[in-house]
Design a protein around this ligand. Structure first.
Ligand code: FAD
Length: 531
């Protein structure tokens, strides 16, 4: 049941809802679940037939595939938020083990100390960079300790003030050594990893490899990335889709509404204030607050009246760069989960060569997809019901750009024969590389489906199929770093808030969870006090 009085009873008006949320990504659902739990009359409009956005899964011929994200890191947000929403036990998340695979070495990563395996192996491959790798290893572990301290910090977002205060001394003692690296972390937040490494690493192959191709990512992020992935969770049943499904269910249980197949076309603005939305088909829905979970750039260029936002803001949205997208190959494989040779690791980062390429070469170098890092996922290791008996789901993903291969062979955004051929060719390259880990993979494939940046763009309406919102590059992104966090959900239009990965940089799932929670609190308090 919703907690407290329904907001509609405290302040009746001519609005259909207290809050309309545009989109049911993890950000929109988090905001909606908190608002409904507190008795706010909330409606989510989602253009797709199911919730989730990048958290969606789909079914074909008895196999369930996670279309976008393949689980979720905790980062001190996922578990506490689901617990607070009474969903943690219902979703039943399990930790997914991670491994890093080089052409000649498989490194399972269960705890921070295991990261040393990676750097020690690289010292054998790049002996001239031995000193640099010792330094990088030390720094990476320092940064991981800081991240770990933050992930376990008393969190005022999800616990009462007194509880958080009482926990603080113990947390400070436990993480004292980790927190000593804080200065180092902040120093590396605004330096792209390649610029940082270039100050003491000469071998360009090593720089590319350590950046995992993402040259522009903040050094602090790139160097602690694997440790956040060690804290990765996957639902025991139903694939990744279980997370948005349960969030949507809890909204309904608490009296909220979710309308699927409902595309919001316009945000209604009167006297500089958002007052509602109009949806495809012409219906107008009035609300006191609008929360946008969709692509902020598209929203302000297509969905609000012209002149509703300052020119400089609109220009900055257009001029900032969006993140890379993803190419995915979803495989139904005639191989029992226990034969998958990954030592029980559900996620493997496979580096097929030591001569990898950078993402900034993605549009010009046709070799990119053959030489890039592949993320391999084996969800049937967590839940056998995701495939027919005795079979497995294998998912291969790599970074991709919508501009590659002459826009993948599309014409005016529509698929052509060439589009189909390009998808198959890149999939074949990824499968050939994946065979370095699963030798017989291609012979055991029963079902193969590919998705390109165009698929992601169509499904999520995110510009260019951007996987995490804005680019992580500190100088090219729209909103930089965490410094604007508490103000970043505000927009130039009153009563219109933004949640999800377009709200801040770095984006990704934690940004969705965090901004959903923050905006729900702001809106709830504004409704309560009538401000
Ligand atoms: C392949 C892949 C792997 C990823 N891996 C990771 C990872 O390991 N870790 C991590 O942190 N992040 C990862 N991400 C990123 C993460 O999944 C996303 O950043 C996050 O889920 C985005 O959530 P969001 O709330 O911003 O909304 P989105 O997921 O972008 O969803 C927005 C929703 O709004 C709907 N919508 C938009 N506009 C409208 C409209 N006008 N009317 C109605 N509906 C609308 C869309 O249909 C969509 O359902 C990955 C993403 C992808 C694609």
């Amino acid at each position: 049941m919703a907690q407290g009085m329904r907001m509609s009873q405290t302040k009746p008006g001519r609005c259909d809802y207290d809050v309309v949320i545009i989109g049911s990504g993890i950000g929109g659902l988090t905001a909606g679940a908190y608002l409904a739990k507190h008795g706010v009359r909330v409606l989510i409009c989602e253009q797709n037939r199911k919730p989730g956005g990048c958290f969606a899964s789909f079914k074909r011929k008895g196999y369930t595939f996670d279309a976008g994200i393949q689980g979720c890191e905790d980062m001190g947000l996922l578990l506490p938020i689901l617990r607070e929403l009474d969903l943690l036990d219902r979703i039943d998340l399990r930790r997914s083990k991670l491994a890093y695979a080089f052409p000649d070495c498989f490194c399972p990563l269960e705890q921070m100390g295991d990261l040393e395996l990676i750097y020690d192996h690289l010292k054998k491959v790049f002996p001239r960079e031995s000193n640099a790798l010792d330094r990088i290893k030390k720094e990476a572990i320092t940064l991981c300790r800081v991240m770990d301290a933050f992930a376990h910090a008393p969190n005022l977002m999800v616990e009462p003030l007194l509880g958080a205060v009482l926990k603080t001394p113990r947390w400070l003692i436990q993480h004292a050594s980790g927190l000593r690296g804080l200065k180092h972390l902040t120093g590396l937040l605004n330096i792209p990893i390649d610029e940082y490494l270039s100050t003491f690493v000469r071998d360009q192959n090593l720089i590319r490899l350590l950046s995992a191709g993402y040259r522009g990512n903040p050094a602090a992020f790139s160097m602690s990335f694997l440790c956040t992935m060690m804290d990765y969770y996957y639902p025991a049943r139903g694939g990744v889709q279980a997370i948005p499904n349960w969030l949507a269910k809890s909204i309904l249980e608490n009296g909220g509404e979710v309308r699927y197949g409902t595309l919001v076309e316009k945000i209604l603005v009167e006297d500089g204030r958002a007052t509602g939305v109009s949806v495809k088909g012409g219906e107008r829905i009035r609300a006191r607050f609008i929360i946008n979970n969709g692509d902020i750039r598209r929203t302000f260029s297509e969905m609000v009246p012209s002149g509703a936002v300052p020119e400089e803001y609109a220009r900055s949205l257009q001029q900032s760069n969006v993140s890379e997208s993803v190419f995915s190959v979803y495989l139904g494989v005639d191989m029992p989960p226990e034969e998958i040779p990954t030592q029980g690791c559900g996620h493997v980062f496979l580096m097929p060569t030591y001569e990898t390429l950078d993402l900034n070469e993605i549009d010009s170098n046709p070799d990119f997809y053959r030489r890039t890092l592949i993320m391999m996922m084996f969800p049937t290791l967590h839940d056998r019901a995701l495939a027919p008996k005795g079979k497995s789901v294998v998912i291969l993903q790599c970074a991709a750009s919508i501009r590659s291969l002459n826009r993948w062979g599309t014409r005016k955004g529509k698929p052509t024969k060439k589009y189909g051929a390009n998808k198959k060719e890149i999939a074949t390259q990824l499968i050939a590389n994946a065979e370095k880990l699963i030798p017989d993979l291609s012979k055991r494939i029963e079902l193969q489906i590919e998705s390109t940046p165009f698929t992601l763009q169509r499904y999520t309406l995110n510009s260019d199929g951007a996987a995490v919102g804005w680019t992580y590059h500190p100088r090219e992104t729209f909103r930089q770093g965490f410094k604007g966090l508490f103000g970043s959900s505000n927009t130039p239009i009153r009563n219109l808030y933004q949640v999800g990965h377009w709200t801040m940089s770095p984006g990704g799932a934690p940004a969705g969870l965090m901004t959903g929670k923050i905006v729900s609190s702001i809106v709830r308090h504004r409704l309560r006090w009538g401000v």
